[in-house]
Structure formats: structure tokens, C-alpha cells
Design a binder for this molecule. Structure first.
Ligand SMILES: *Cc1c(COP(=O)(O)O)cnc(C)c1O
Length: 454
């Protein structure tokens, strides 16, 4: 293909502000022993690929990190991070509870066979029918606001019963921005007043505390502060109301190895290992609770649990020079499948060795939207049409936040521990998009005369 030549400044080997040369282009031909070519040939491009080995190893790593440090630790799998049935099932096989934040997620967990008692029900919107179901099925309900508490009191009175609940707290753990929109504020006394209302009703008992301070928390000590405050609150409520706080749920928020935009150091340097978080968290729990009265500790890590297990294979569809001479590529997946591009600088590997110098390039997605940019500045050699780019980590949030806009969502494949591939969600076609649509008779083509355009 002829391309009008243009003069470009080359950045190869240039010293950057840390004095190192830019990283060499990373090549990847296989995922867990399966070749990229075979994957694309069988399932198409773009394609999400999950590694079962990585999922199980990471779950084990998080479990092991607490072993010997704190007696009773459970994980709640954050459905919103990735609620494909196969992914949730693996997490449950590894021992995780289900952590859900909506009616849809609650129904998904139940449909998968998870009993109510193993479901943690978080979230700011629990409409009456699903709240009633969660009460009936014994789910761990974490009250978010007073209107929800009133709904629970209403259910308890109507059904002439007691309901045990947890309460969601928000508090200052030394990180900003401080999330204050979920749950009841601790420092202002709002949370204590909510518990007072529970006990005044005579129908609601407090058995657990929950708090999720934010996401991508790179400072382990924030969890230490959070636990110290939660423990003081637990003891205060126990003294005041004679309740028994059976568990402390500290939420998720552990970072993954995905690189946030605007950070200079790579994540393997700037982010503490999960073992460090486990130490700080266990130390704070052990310091706050006497040895024989230690509540169960629950964690809900989402991205830290799944992000590294997922990759997205995409293909170069076209190459073009922008008006200012910048090289750019159109690839077959954009922000429709990589919502996380907004804040992640995704890692990008190519499927082959490409000779020649690298050049500052832009990667555009396939959407007819100006904001559809997968990478606004990446050093790449001249790629041929059809070159595969492997983008990752994308295991967290991508296949729940993906957007159905002008394109079919691609297949999702799981590679099991023997290296066998399984399609865990087929590629969509027109029937998926139109499944719920109705076309009233009077607007059907051919039913009425169409005016001839003049
Ligand atoms: C989203 C969410 C999680 C998981 O968050 P990560 O930052 O991905 O670990 C856990 N708990 C609650 C309540 C959440 O809303």
C-alpha cells in the first residue's frame, strides 16, 4: 500500500526522566500455552481470554497471605467486577461468598446455586421485593441508608420477626477522595444514630459492620486505620446495645497490576504486594480485638482478584497518518470493551517480532466517536494490517461495564488448567441485540406506502 512519506522524529533509545531506555516492545504468541492464532481462528477477534490457572492461583495467594496471621478470614467475590457465570463459579469453588450490589446480581448468585446465607448484599438501592427476598433467604444485608432501614423495620413488623443486619459505614481512613455517599458516616455520629434506630424498633439486630473505603488503595495503612475505627465502633455498639458483632467486612479496593494513567513508576514497583496488605490488616484486627473474641474478617477484593487473569486480543484493521504526521491504527476493540481505558494505561503486547524503529503512535478503537481512544501515545514499530495486539490486564470490570454500541460484543474464552479452551460467552449476533425489541405492525416496512423522495 502506498503511503505518502513523511519525516518523523524517532524516539528509540532516548533517555527518559528516569534515565532508562524505553521498554522493549513486548511480544506474546501464546496465552497459557494456546497460540493467539489458534484462539482467533476458532473464536474470532476481538476476543476476551481468561486463564483459569491464574484465577485460582491468585485466589490461593490472597488466602495464603492471611494464613497464620488471623484465625477467620473469608472472601466475598465482588460480582460487579466480573459476573460471568464461569468466573463466579470458580471463585465460589475457591471458597468465596457472593458479594452483590443489585437485584440483578442477587438473582445471578441465586441462579448459580449460591444460598442466601452466602450472599453479602451491599449497594445503595435494594427495592422492596428483592430486600424481602434477601431477608427471607437469610442474606447478609448491609444497610446503606435510613430509608432502607425503615423498609427492613416494615418487613420485620409485617412478618413479626427479628432481622439481623450489617451496617455500611463510611469513614476517614486517611485517603482522598473520601467516599461518603455509601452507608452511614462514622465520625459524625450518623452511624450510631442508625443503630439506635435499629434497637428502638425492637426488630433489628446488628451483627456485622461493613466499609469499603475506595478502590485502588495503594497505601495498606489505610486499612489499618479503617479497622481501628470499625473496631472501636463495634465495641461501643456492643456495650450500648448488647449486640454481638460477628464479622468485620473491610470491603475491597486492593490494587491490581494495571497501570493508572499519570503514574510514572510501573505497578510492580509502586504497589505493595498483597502479603503486605494482609500483614497490616491482620495486625490491626489482632490489636483491636481480644484473642478469644475475634470476629470473622471478610474482604471483598475485586480487581486484585481477577484483573491479571484476563486479556483482550484485538487486531489492527487499518493504519493511517494523522494530519500532523502521527502514525495511528484502527483496531477492532475500543472503549466499548475497554471502559477502563479512561483511567488505565493498558499494557499492550504484539503477536510478532517487527523489525525497524518504533514510533509514537495512537491506537483508535472502531467506534464512530472521537473519544474512542485505546492509547493516546504508545511507542510501536510499523505494524501490518492483521497484527494482533494483546491488551491487559483486563480481567476486572471489562466484561461487566462493556457497552453495546454499534458493535457485537465478542466471545469470552476460558483456558482451563490443562490448556483446553472453553467458550464461556459466545460472540453476539443481531438476535442478541434485537431480542427484546418489538416492531408494531403499522411501522413495518412494506405495510404502508413510502413517499418517494423528491
Ligand atoms: C466494587 C466493590 C468491591 C470491589 O472493589 P475493588 O476495588 O475492585 O476491589 C467490593 N465491595 C464493594 C461494596 C464494592 O462496591
Amino acid at each position: 500500500m502506498y503511503e505518502k512519506p513523511s519525516i518523523q522524529r524517532l524516539y528509540t533509545g532516548l533517555m527518559n526522566k528516569f534515565g532508562s531506555v524505553p521498554p522493549k516492545q513486548r511480544i506474546r504468541t501464546h496465552i497459557d500455552g494456546v497460540s493467539i492464532d489458534d484462539l482467533v481462528e476458532e473464536y474470532g477477534s476481538p476476543l476476551f481470554v481468561f486463564s483459569e490457572r491464574k484465577i485460582r492461583n491468585q485466589h490461593k495467594r490472597l488466602r495464603d497471605a492471611f494464613a497464620g496471621l488471623y484465625p477467620s478470614v473469608s472472601f466475598g467475590w465482588s460480582y460487579k467486577t466480573n459476573y460471568l457465570k464461569s468466573i463466579c463459579s470458580i471463585m465460589h469453588q475457591e471458597g468465596s461468598l457472593a458479594e452483590v450490589v443489585s437485584q440483578m446480581e442477587y438473582e445471578k448468585a441465586r441462579a448459580l446455586g449460591i444460598p442466601g446465607e452466602e450472599i453479602i448484599f451491599n449497594g445503595p438501592n435494594k427495592p422492596m421485593p428483592i430486600l424481602q427476598r434477601a431477608v427471607d433467604e437469610g442474606a447478609m444485608i448491609h444497610v446503606d441508608h435510613l430509608d432502607e432501614l425503615d423498609d427492613l423495620i416494615f418487613i420485620a413488623k409485617k412478618d413479626k420477626r427479628q432481622i439481623s443486619v450489617g451496617i455500611r459505614l463510611n469513614l476517614d481512613a486517611g485517603i482522598s477522595p473520601q467516599w461518603s455517599r455509601f452507608g452511614f458516616n462514622l465520625e459524625s455520629g450518623q452511624a450510631a444514630r442508625a443503630v439506635e434506630r435499629m434497637y428502638n424498633s425492637g426488630h433489628i439486630r446488628l451483627t456485622g459492620l461493613h466499609c469499603h473505603i475506595g478502590t485502588y488503595i495503594t497505601e495498606p495503612t489505610a486499612y489499618g486505620q479503617q479497622i481501628t475505627k470499625m473496631a472501636a465502633f463495634a465495641q461501643e455498639m456492643e456495650t450500648r446495645y448488647g449486640c454481638n458483632i460477628e464479622y468485620i467486612d473491610i470491603g475491597g479496593g486492593l490494587p491490581s497490576s494495571a497501570r493508572l494513567k499519570g503514574t510514572y513508576l510501573p505497578p510492580d514497583v509502586s504497589i505493595p504486594p498483597v502479603e503486605r496488605y494482609a500483614e497490616v490488616i491482620s495486625d490491626a484486627m489482632n490489636a483491636a480485638f481480644p484473642h478469644n473474641q475475634q470476629p470473622r474478617l471478610i474482604l471483598e477484593p475485586g480487581r486484585a482478584m481477577i484483573d491479571e487473569s484476563g486479556l483482550l486480543i484485538t487486531s489492527v484493521q487499518a493504519r493511517k497518518r494523522l494530519a500532523d504526521g502521527t502514525r495511528s491504527y484502527v483496531i477492532d476493540a475500543g472503549i466499548n470493551f475497554l471502559y477502563t481505558s479512561t483511567w488505565y494505561k493498558h499494557g499492550i503486547e504484539i503477536d510478532r517480532e517487527v523489525p525497524g524503529p518504533s514510533e509514537h503512535s495512537v491506537l483508535y478503537g472502531p467506534l464512530c466517536m472521537n473519544i474512542d481512544v485505546v492509547d493516546e501515545g504508545i511507542s510501536l514499530p510499523a505494524l501490518d494490517r492483521g497484527t494482533r495486539l494483546i491488551i491487559g490486564p483486563v480481567g476486572a470490570y471489562s466484561v461487566t461495564q462493556w457497552m453495546q454500541f454499534i458493535a457485537y460484543r465478542p466471545a469470552v474464552v476460558l483456558i482451563d488448567q490443562q490448556g483446553t479452551t472453553h467458550c464461556i460467552r459466545g460472540a453476539e449476533d443481531l438476535s442478541d441485540i434485537e431480542l427484546r425489541e418489538e416492531l408494531p405492525a403499522h411501522v413495518q416496512i412494506g405495510q404502508t406506502k413510502r413517499p418517494i423522495a423528491t
